[in-house]
Design a protein around this ligand. Structure first.
Ligand SMILES: O=P(O)(O)OC[C@H]1O[C@@H](O)[C@H](O)[C@@H](O)[C@@H]1O
Length: 367
């Protein structure tokens, strides 16, 4: 399906509740700390002082984050359905709650959806334990969140910049929040904003805006992404919604809706993938899997092996990536499969002032 290209139009939600907040700030890069044995002796002797200074810095950062969260909640919270809370890693996070009991959480760090729960309280998404470990450390933003639904933008990868681009490494801001006026059946929604910064332009020399709306419609999770070229020259990008879904056991999981499609098998050499045709009605897992299905249909389904499936419907996202690292992640590969909606095989080209738009929604259905 062809990408949607439109003339510039306002990016904010029509049902906007609050005016645009602050612009996205770049996350400073943190050089890796040398291991204790590699540090000079004198530095090791000063460790106590350095550690308490670091503790004080962490406490000060936590206090300012708490104040920022309170401020954001005052500005963007909507009684009973939209809250800004300290989410994973204490990071500012928007929690949407639907009257039916379903909920979702979106971290401003990376614009990453970190949780989507059904009304029963069952979590649908998967957060890798290694990501949780980083989020629980002193430096929760030292790595992008691996789990939930992170962004790959402006590059899916591999390519010229770091794998999966920079959108998942930086803070997004809240542009608007809204909820339908129907008090018994509100669809809570948040729109996050990402703009170019010194950090992004060092990697990708373009001016842009991304608006990303996340909404709950009953138990269904829905996103809408717009990318606007605010530059005076054209640019191209690729992207993906890198969705991690929890499964009972990867060996009991299956993806349906891919039969007959051509795909790039990246398991051997991601830079030179083998081109194959999918013959299977159900794509099951018995080893490492890293496949990019080209010109995929708008609907695929992941059977999670519990008698339920996650049905994924997308619009203007041409490709579907299916990834399981298998024993490269021995402690937890059994618990998740990534089914990613992507625009990879034909990059989106935007002239100045043009924007591209895509949507995706996820629903759990009983089999
Ligand atoms: O960056 P993450 O979350 O660890 O994901 C990495 C994987 O992401 C997938 O989208 C790619 O197809 C894989 O090739 C890659 O290894």
């Amino acid at each position: 399906m062809a990408a949607t290209l439109c003339a510039a139009a306002p990016l904010s939600s029509v049902r906007s509740r609050a005016p645009c907040h602050s612009a996205a700030a770049a996350v400073p890069r943190h050089p890796a700390r040398p291991a204790a044995w590699a540090r000079p002796a004198v530095q090791r002797q000063q460790r106590g002082t350095a550690a308490s200074a670091r503790r004080m810095r962490v406490q000060a950062a936590a206090a300012s984050t708490a104040a920022e969260i309170q401020e954001l909640d005052k500005e963007f919270g909507i009684d009973g359905c939209v809250e800004v809370v300290a989410g994973l890693g204490g990071l500012p996070t928007v929690r949407l709650t639907h009257a039916c009991g379903s909920s979702t959480e979106v971290s401003l760090f990376g614009g990453c959806i970190t949780s989507w729960k059904q009304a029963s309280g069952d979590e649908v998404l998967y957060l890798r334990p290694d990501a949780l470990q980083i989020l629980q450390s002193d430096n929760p933003k030292s790595k992008p969140i691996s789990g939930g639904i992170p962004h790959c933008f402006p590059q899916f990868g591999p390519g010229a910049m770091q794998q999966h681009g920079f959108a998942r490494n930086v803070d997004w801001s809240i542009a608007t929040t809204s909820a339908d006026p129907q008090p018994d059946d509100r669809d809570p929604e948040v729109t996050l904003l990402l703009e170019d910064s010194e950090y992004s332009r060092a990697m990708w020399p373009h001016k842009f805006k991304v608006a990303y709306s996340v909404a709950l419609h009953g138990e269904l999770l829905r996103v809408d992404m717009r990318v606007l070229n605010t530059d005076d020259k054209p640019f191209e990008f690729t992207m993906a919604l890198h969705t991690y879904i929890e499964v009972a056991d990867v060996e009991d999981a299956a993806v349906r809706g891919l039969k007959g499609l051509e795909y790039l098998d990246k398991t051997v050499d991601p830079a030179n993938p083998a081109r194959k045709t999918e013959e299977r009605e159900e794509v099951t897992f018995s080893g490492p899997t890293d496949s990019v299905y080209l010109k995929a249909r708008d609907h695929v389904e992941l059977d999670v092996g519990t008698g339920a499936a996650v049905a994924i419907t997308s619009n203007h996202l041409n490709d579907v990536v299916v990834w399981s690292p298998w024993t490269a992640m021995p402690d937890f590969y059994k618990h998740f499969v990534c089914v990613e909606n992507a625009q990879f095989s034909s990059p989106v080209a935007l002239a100045p002032g043009e924007f591209w738009r895509s949507q995706c929604e996820w629903a759990v259905r009983d089999l």
